[in-house]
Write a protein that binds this ligand. Structure first.
Ligand SMILES: [Zn+2]
Length: 244
């Protein structure tokens, strides 16, 4: 297919996300990236169009190997990595910008004009790299943060940014109730670690230590001490995190 990023229209299930058509690496190289992956928030898609224009003008090309992942796809990629079926690290669902439709993985080793130049062009249009090297692991990963998310990251950290980005587009489909609960508990554990300086294992299991930390938090903030993280307790946590 032609070396460009074509915007096909809004995705009906995700907020502010558009479907795109870009050259992928699956099947015959250059065939469109599979549709379930080919999604970006609109400003990211527009920026990627400009990147393609610049690259083509210089006689280069750009193949995309990964883009959007639904919450369940991300979880599966993580399981595959844990089991050694996949060598590139994939974080569990909820901490990847791919789930926010703001990330691409490129074929960094086949660009025609060199990865260094492609990186310059990506950067110029607002696509940020996450590792400095041009050949090491994750050198192929780029994400579109915009200023407001850069600020958010500076204040709350990378994982919180990725989570909030993902929430913004409403990428929840595919998560089972149990997975959602687990996610909530992981968030709770990580938050308590931050606020109480406890060292809870962030495993998504509501065990005795987590319960005890919740009680401690409730005592400290004059809440009802029942060890249950209900809406009031969680609300207080969110309030404090916003100030941390
Ligand atoms: Zn990536």
């Amino acid at each position: 297919m032609e070396m460009r990023c074509e915007i096909l229209g809004a995705d009906e299930r995700l907020q502010g996300v558009v479907k795109v058509r870009v050259p992928g690496i699956y099947g015959r190289k250059g065939d469109p990236l599979p549709r379930r992956m080919a999604k970006l928030v609109e400003p990211a898609a527009v920026a990627l169009q400009r990147v393609y224009q610049d690259i083509v003008r210089e006689g280069g090309h750009l193949y995309i190997s990964d883009m959007f992942r639904s919450a369940s796809q991300q979880q599966k990629a993580h399981e595959d990595w844990k089991l050694g079926r996949k060598s590139a690290f994939s974080p569990p669902s909820c901490s990847s910008v791919h789930e926010a439709a703001r990330a691409i993985d490129i074929d960094a080793f086949d660009t025609g004009i060199g990865h260094r130049r492609v990186r310059e062009l990506l950067n110029r249009h607002g696509w940020t790299h996450i590792v400095e090297t041009l050949t090491g692991p994750e050198c192929w990963h780029y994400e579109f943060r915009e200023e407001r998310w850069e600020e958010y990251r500076a204040q709350h950290g990378y994982a919180a940014m990725a989570r909030a980005m993902k929430e913004e587009i409403g990428n929840r489909a595919g998560l089972t109730r149990a997975q959602r609960q687990e996610e909530e508990i992981r968030w709770l554990q990580a938050s308590l670690n931050k606020l109480l300086r406890t060292r809870l294992v962030v495993d998504g299991i509501y065990g005795e230590k987590t319960k005890e930390a919740v009680r401690k938090f409730q005592r400290r903030h004059g809440l009802q001490v029942d060890g249950i993280a209900g809406p009031i307790t969680k609300g207080k946590i969110r309030e404090l995190l916003a100030e941390v």
